[in-house]
Ligand binder design. Structure first.
Ligand SMILES: Nc1ncnc2c1ncn2[C@@H]1O[C@H](COP(=O)(O)OP(=O)(O)OP(=O)(O)O)[C@@H](O)[C@H]1O
Length: 376
């Protein structure tokens, strides 16, 4: 005799653990938690589930259908699961948005459990975005949940470097879900103005945009959030310091004095805003000649000089984390949207960047955190 689903418990408890692991690929939350599984039953050894999607023509429909079917099959066996897709009515959709909005506000502010790392430089073109995209792709490759906020308004290149060609998906007039490239959830001003449009926004607008990126973009739970700052010590860096006081900062420079001197200024600003400068990355440190000898195209010593100056000024050790050589695979990967950390594991530049990723891969220390301590 067929077993009718209990209206109070339309999800068979035997299927619940498997279904709990299926996530919405855009919202990064369990379908169960989001209320998207309307029912899931086992009758005569066959599993049947009804999934309610948020919108008609949901781009993730096929994937959701497959993921749910595979989850059910793990319980009842291959070929014994059936998934029906339906679309939510307005009330259900509103309820889902409420659940997602439940975590509104800036989830990366004081006390955040996400490791927030801002990548700064004194001047443009030193490879700050390349370092950010490489670290993000490497950490995602290791299975970390990684987000990137591309706040480099004048030189946004994160989407291109991560091979992202689409914009965010809008959930309602406020909330949006970031697109994903190589496992990295990324949002960029470039997604709103188009690659050919120059951005000539003034301070307050930039400030609002960064704030919105942090509050209105649903990243889901993240292990690491990387922030690609514009070069220099402008409004965005100051806003980032205010909105992300727990952020750690990596300063990128080339070996040239012209780059390292201004890099120090960017690091000092971060320090003054209460962020912790965790180290310097020297990029384009040398070019390997045909005989393997190092050609120091941009001179030498900028990374060490910046690290030493920051250590002195901030009165805390700021190490030189890595010297990254000039690398054709790194440059090509950035141009093609296929980061070299994923394709050229033995490239010396990739090896150097992996060492920086090691440092970010793990629970952040409490040092430098703004702890809600009360004295007295
Ligand atoms: N180690 C490297 N070897 C070869 N090319 C590199 C290296 N690092 C960066 N590049 C290339 O240099 C150019 C500038 O890099 P990138 O856009 O990352 O700099 P940036 O500091 O973020 O600049 P901006 O702030 O102006 O956007 C890019 O074309 C990038 O591919």
């Amino acid at each position: 005799m067929p077993v009718l689903p209990d209206p109070e418990r339309p999800i068979d408890p035997a299927l619940e653990p498997a279904l709990a692991r299926v996530q919405d690929p855009e919202l990064h939350r369990s379908l169960l938690e989001l209320g998207m599984i309307a029912r899931a039953t086992i009758e005569d050894g066959r599993a049947r589930a009804t999934v309610r999607l948020t919108i008609v023509g949901c781009p993730a429909a096929q994937r959701i259908e497959r993921d749910v079917r595979e989850a059910l099959e793990r319980v009842v066996g291959p070929g014994l699961a059936e998934v029906t897709l339906e679309v939510m009515d307005d009330d259900e959709r509103e309820a889902l948005l409420e659940r997602v909005r439940g975590r509104r506000g800036n989830p990366f502010g004081p006390g955040t459990l996400t490791r927030v790392v801002a990548v700064a430089s004194g001047k443009g073109g030193v490879g700050k975005s390349t370092v950010t995209a490489s670290l993000a792709a490497e950490l995602a490759r290791r299975g970390r949940r990684v987000g990137v906020v591309d706040a480099d308004v004048y030189g946004f290149s994160i989407p291109g470097q991560l091979g992202i060609t689409t914009g965010p998906t809008r959930l309602d007039e406020h909330m949006m879900v970031p697109p994903v490239g190589h496992g990295v959830r990324a949002i960029s001003i470039g997604m709103f103005v188009g690659a050919d449009h120059a951005v000539s926004w003034r301070g307050p607008m930039l400030q609002r945009t960064l704030q919105q990126f942090l509050t209105d973009v649903h990243f889901g739970d993240l292990d690491v959030l990387l922030l690609d700052l514009p070069p220099g010590t402008g409004d965005v860096a100051i806003t980032a310091g205010q909105l992300l006081p727990d952020a750690e900062v990596i300063v990128v420079t080339t070996p040239q004095p012209a780059s390292s001197t201004v890099a120090v200024r960017a690091g000092l600003l971060a320090g003054r805003l209460g962020q912790r400068v965790i180290g310097v990355v020297e990029n384009m440190a040398w070019l390997a000649g045909p005989d393997g000898a190092r050609v120091e195209l941009f001179g030498a010593g900028g990374g060490r000089r910046a690290a030493d100056a920051l250590s002195t000024e901030l009165e805390t050790p700021v190490p030189l984390l890595a010297s990254v050589p000039i690398s054709i695979p790194l440059r090509e990967g950035a141009d093609l949207g296929s980061p070299a950390v994923l394709t050229h594991p033995d490239d010396p530049a990739v090896v150097a960047l992996r060492a920086v990723a090691d440092l970010l891969d793990g629970p952040r220390g409490l040092a430098g955190r703004h702890l809600p301590l009360q004295v007295g």
